[in-house]
Design a protein around this ligand. Structure first.
Ligand code: AGP
Length: 612
């Protein structure tokens, strides 16, 4: 949540800040602001609304200076107004701070600062930090970094803070406690950001700060300290994402581009893991076959779309390995007193690698002695430090808030892990593993076939964009698809939608069905349950629902019951979510477009949820 950028170097800071903020706007877009240091002063411009509102406000103002910070906000404390937009300053206007996270004890700090005569002007938790730094700089002769260190001693909560001071016009200070911040330096410049896309144009060697670290970033140099002021070694990771990947590349929206990038995301996620004929190679999983054989249960923890990927994984892991799988929302997991031991394997899934609940869940699991595998798309993200093994998805940067290509890549990674466990534990005949690998390898081309139906799906979207409620129903892995389809529609079109187990419908939700309610039903990959699914479709039709069916080509029974029918190619039943989901992503996208909404920046949401 919140996009943060800082720049120091030989060029004008403002264009670099705005470019980085544009790349990180997906992290928060209710207000934006910049602060540029020059001539012993800090120029600040802030504006409520999307980044464009700030750009309009800046107009011809150039805010000259070669050191600055910028912020796009996702509000936690204080409404999204000009006054609450970051950067926040101290009384003198000589210190400016941007922040992502929540400072839990800001009320008591604020009261203390007020009693000392400080004038705080916003409703945010962040502003106190600027005033704390001001107090320390006034009382002691110290550097900005030392003042930030002193200020954060007083803070409770999670934060990524980036600070500048008029008195130190060559240095940016960044600090991290449980919220991501990355720093980098190249020839003659230093850069700080809350997400990789903002740094890509300048450097690919980046240093994600660890918890309780402070960075001092200057043109061409980075120094790292711990919260006690001891200098640390600077460790860099190499980012392979291409610069173009964070651009729209001719598509109207990032979401549409990312939907169309899914065949590549699948190929890139599978390539190395399927390099040996008929076998799964997972270099990332270092446990011995004996250790893997001792696993007695698997627990999957995740949020939102990643949770739906976990729901799908439960089916394939249990079917292929016969290991029982529990599935938990990460926000619930550690509060329910789960039973875990050293024979438990916990899989934490987070495309961003920064979701606070998922991080807390896997840390808890490790403390309980469980083995932890993380599935993530972001190199250097927090989850990569908290897991025993990391399974990267190779989807490239995902900018649209709604997860699409990262979800498909997660499905691939989780199926790879399931097959690997089956292979190592001998629970699946090698021929079956080889056959499943072949089916997975065919998926990218099959996704292309689904994408080719975009015109038809767009036409149907126009027909249903006026609906108030949608129901999505499925059985088995089809239920996963229904849940994910409903989430996509809700988040970008603001239409109420529920994903439901088709068999459960008549126990309550069928009361919602009335003439005009569209019901999306997943009829693929359910062979033993196909007749039951059709019966459920008949039931909703009998109550006046309009049916949108996802079925395999040539399914005439489905066609006879469909107001709209979308065909997806045949694959193995457990792999059908990969194909079905693409249809429903396009349906949600086109409905949002028909309603004139911006699918990339849905209201109230942020791409990376770094607070609980
Ligand atoms: C996806 O469309 C949503 N924006 C959201 O549910 C997301 O999946 C969730 O916040 C989890 O994110 P993560 O994968 O980064 O943990």
């Amino acid at each position: 949540m919140c996009g943060i950028v800082g720049y120091v170097g030989g060029d004008e800071a403002l264009p670099v800040l705005l470019d980085g903020m544009r790349k990180l706007e997906y992290r928060g877009y209710d207000s934006a602001g910049v602060a540029v240091v020059a001539d012993g002063d800090i120029g600040v411009v802030r504006k409520a609304g999307h980044l464009q509102a700030l750009v309009d406000e800046l107009g011809a103002t150039s805010l000259p200076g070669s050191l600055g910070i910028g912020h796009t906000r996702w509000a936690t404390h204080g409404a999204p107004t000009d006054l609450n937009a970051h950067p926040h300053r101290d009384c003198s206007g000589k210190v400016a701070v941007v922040h992502n996270g929540i400072i839990e004890n800001h009320d008591s700090i604020r009261a203390g600062l007020r009693s000392q005569g400080h004038k705080l002007t916003s409703d945010t938790d962040t502003e106190v930090v600027a005033h704390l730094i001001e107090s320390i700089l006034a009382a002691e002769s110290c550097s900005l970094r030392e003042a930030v260190q002193g200020a954060i001693e007083k803070l409770e909560g999670a934060f990524a803070l980036v600070c500048v001071a008029a008195g130190e016009p060559d240095c940016i200070v960044a600090a991290r406690q449980e919220a991501p911040i990355i720093v980098g330096a190249a020839d003659g410049m230093g850069i700080v950001a809350s997400g990789i896309p903002a740094l890509l144009a300048y450097t690919r060697n980046v240093t994600p700060l660890d918890d309780r670290q402070i960075a001092e970033v200057r043109a061409g140099s980075v120094r790292i300290f711990d919260f006690e002021g001891r200098e640390q070694s600077v460790e860099t990771v190499m980012v392979e994402w291409s610069l173009d990947a964070a651009e729209k590349g001719g598509y109207e929206d990032f979401m549409l581009k990312e939907i169309f990038e899914q065949p590549a995301a699948l190929r890139d996620t599978m390539r190395e893991r399927f390099r040996s004929l008929g076998k799964v190679t997972l270099d990332e999983v270092h446990w011995s076959t004996e250790e893997l054989a001792r696993i007695t249960k698997i627990v999957v923890v995740a949020c939102g779309t990643s949770y739906h990927a976990g729901m799908m994984a439960k089916h394939s892991i249990e079917h292929w390995t016969r290991i029982p799988v529990e599935l938990d929302l990460a926000s619930e997991f550690r509060y329910r007193d789960p039973v875990l031991d050293e024979h438990s394997l916990v899989i934490g899934i987070a495309q961003s690698g920064e979701t606070a609940d998922t991080l807390a869940a896997i840390r808890f699991a490790r403390r309980m002695g469980a083995k932890v595998v993380a599935v993530t798309n972001v190199v250097g993200s927090s989850i990569t430090r908290d897991a025993d093994a990391i399974l990267f998805t190779h989807a490239g940067p995902e900018i649209a808030v709604a997860g699409t290509k990262t979800f498909l890549a997660q499905l691939a990674a989780l199926n790879i892990l399931a097959l690997y466990l089956a292979q190592e534990r001998g629970s699946m005949p090698p021929a079956k593993i080889a056959e499943t690998i072949d089916a997975m390898r065919a998926l990218p081309e099959q996704v292309d076939e689904v994408l080719a139906a975009q015109g038809e799906i767009n036409r149907a979207a126009k027909r249903y964009a006026g609906a108030r409620d949608f129901l999505y129903i499925g059985r088995g892995v089809g239920m996963t698809v229904a849940m994910e389809g409903a989430l996509k529609l809700k988040e970008i079109s603001y239409i109420h939608a529920e994903g439901y187990a088709a068999g459960e419908l008549k126990h309550g939700a069928i009361a919602l069905v009335e003439p005009g309610v569209p019901v999306v039903a997943i009829l693929t990959g359910v062979s033993p349950l196909y007749d039951k699914m059709l019966a459920n479709v008949e039931e909703v039709r009998a109550r006046g629902a309009e049916t949108i069916l996802v079925a395999h080509p040539g399914d005439e029974r489905a066609r006879s019951l469909a107001n709209e029918l979308f065909e997806v190619p045949i694959t193995k039943p457990l792999l059908t979510p990969v194909l079905d989901t693409v249809t429903l992503q396009l349906l949600a996208y086109f409905i949002a477009k028909e309603k004139g909404l911006s699918p990339d920046k849905p209201r109230n949401l942020a791409k990376s949820v770094t607070v609980e």
